[in-house]
Design a protein around this ligand. Structure first.
Ligand code: NAD
Ligand code: GDD
Length: 331
């Protein structure tokens, strides 16, 4: 495959940062764009544009001279953040997404990948912990997660319209909960694997941690290296409709806590707080179509992926114990 000039938006964030490294290693010239530099490690991008992508002029500057766009920039976080900041999330992401689609057309890019989410799936299909894995076609008729999920579903459709009406080749990827080193682990935007790892790292052997809900809610979690490999494979494919990208290894949150504790070599007691945000009761990915299209699916088990994740978070927690980092969530 010939080397491309590639743009990764959200290159200052968790998945975008790992994706930049993956693309540079694959031989591409990469421009990263984000309103901030990566927090925990320098970017491998050949060029980094620090800019607010809600401004259409910045979207144009980001896409100038670019062959392929991986659009990952988003105002996002775990269930605590996305249920607390619906107006900001829906507004910021809609502005960014439309600006990026217009700029991609104006700059003549040859492919545009949009990072959607499992949060597009209807609430009524996720009311049981023993959930039926979600297939791509389940997204309609729609009843997505308020704010964040609705905005993702809207942009999925915008990709379809920009493809059919304006000739922009698009790819749409629905990520299921992604974790790994260099992911947000504190400040209010963290997701369950990072939050639980931080809590376990900060408690002594035999201690107690707070777990949101009764812990019997279910999810599947995807390690970040599988995520970036999947993104790359989907971009290279000819498939234009939305595709799940996740694992189908479903666990309860209590099982997640036990796995993290085992990696840490600690015994941990769980204190369940049922007043905290819990999101859907159960969620799992049906990977049939992903396997059909790519002949590939994520392979890292949760037990394997938690080892490097926990090791990295434990190191951060120990390093910042005396100097807590500021909250990332607006007051
Ligand atoms: P992240 O928060 O680490 O990265 C997103 C980046 O977007 C951040 O660096 C942020 O600064 C940047 N951004 C936000 N607003 C911006 C703006 N106005 N201008 C420029 N940059 C801006 O999140 P992530 O986990 O790396 O997620 C990447 C993408 O994947 C997002 O689109 C997210 O919605 C999607 N996604 C992630 C998950 C997951 O589990 N991590 C699950 C589903 C979907
Ligand atoms: N964040 C967090 N922190 N969640 C916790 C905690 C904790 O300390 N303890 C238990 N949980 C539970 C939550 O109550 C929820 O039921 C489950 O763990 C998963 O929470 P998150 O990882 O925060 O989010 P999610 O899976 O509901 O949704 C996430 O994944 C989507 C894609 O699958 C979000 O990050 C979305 O933004 C993302 O699109």
């Amino acid at each position: 495959m010939s080397a491309k000039r590639v743009l990764v938006t959200g290159a200052g964030g968790f998945i975008g940062h790992h994706l930049v490294t993956h693309l540079v290693r694959a031989g591409h010239w990469v421009r990263g764009a984000d309103q901030k530099q990566p927090e925990y490690a320098a970017s491998d991008a050949d060029e980094f544009l620090t800019a607010d992508l809600r401004d259409p002029a910045n979207c144009l500057a980001a896409t100038a001279g670019i062959d392929e766009v991986y659009h990952l920039a988003a105002d996002m976080g775990g269930i605590g953040y996305i249920t607390a900041e619906r107006a900001a999330i829906a507004r910021n992401n809609t502005l960014m997404n439309i600006g990026m689609l217009d700029a991609a057309c104006a700059s003549g890019v040859s492919r545009f990948l949009f990072s959607s989410s499992a949060c597009v799936y209807p609430h009524h299909l996720q009311t049981s912990a023993d959930v039926v894995p979600l297939r791509e076609d389940d997204a309609w008729p729609a009843q997505p997660e308020e704010g964040y999920g609705l905005e993702k579903l809207f942009c999925e459709k915008m990709c379809q319209y920009y493809s059919s009406d304006r000739g922009l080749p698009t790819r749409v990827v629905r990520f299921h909960n992604v974790y790994g080193p260099l992911g947000t682990y504190d400040g209010g935007r963290e997701k369950a694997p990072a939050a639980i790892s931080r809590k376990v790292a900060g408690t002594p052997d035999g201690g107690e941690i707070e777990v949101w809900g009764d812990g019997e809610q279910t999810r599947s979690f995807m390690y970040v290296s599988d995520c970036v490999e999947g993104i790359y494979r989907i971009m290279r494919s000819d498939y234009e409709l939305p595709l799940n990208l996740g694992t189908d290894e479903m666990v309860t949150v209590n099982e997640l806590v036990d796995l993290v504790a085992a990696v840490a070599g600690k015994t941990v007691r769980r204190r369940h707080d049922r007043t905290k945000p819990q999101g859907v009761r159960g969620r799992n990915s049906d990977n049939s179509r992903l396997r059909e299209v790519l002949g590939w699916e994520p392979k890292m088990t949760l037990a394997e992926g938690l080892r490097p994740t926990y090791a990295w978070i434990e190191k951060q927690v120990l390093a910042t114990q005396d100097a807590p980092r500021p909250s990332l969530v607006p007051a």
